[in-house]
Design a protein around this ligand. Structure first.
Ligand SMILES: [Zn+2]
Length: 76
């Protein structure tokens, strides 16, 4: 089994949401040792569930709002 050492490396454009393939802004390190990537939309959507199974959640969604000054708020 691989132990995940969270080096908190920033997410890049190559990191893609596991659900929709959009650029990932959240990295979720699972208690089981795995890792999931989510875009801002799915990160928000699954946040309550993720908090139950995550050892750590790296949230870079604030970079989204910094990049896109006029980003419209997604429907929940
Ligand atoms: Zn997504």
């Amino acid at each position: 089994m691989t132990t995940v050492l969270t080096s908190a490396s920033p997410l890049t454009a190559a990191d893609r949401c596991d659900r929709c393939g959009a650029q990932a802004y959240l990295r979720v390190v699972l208690l089981s040792g795995g890792e999931l990537l989510f875009c801002a939309h799915h990160g928000r959507k699954f946040e309550p569930e993720l908090k139950k199974i995550a050892a750590e959640i790296q949230d870079e969604t604030e970079r989204l709002t910094a990049d896109q000054t006029s980003a419209p708020e997604e429907e929940r």
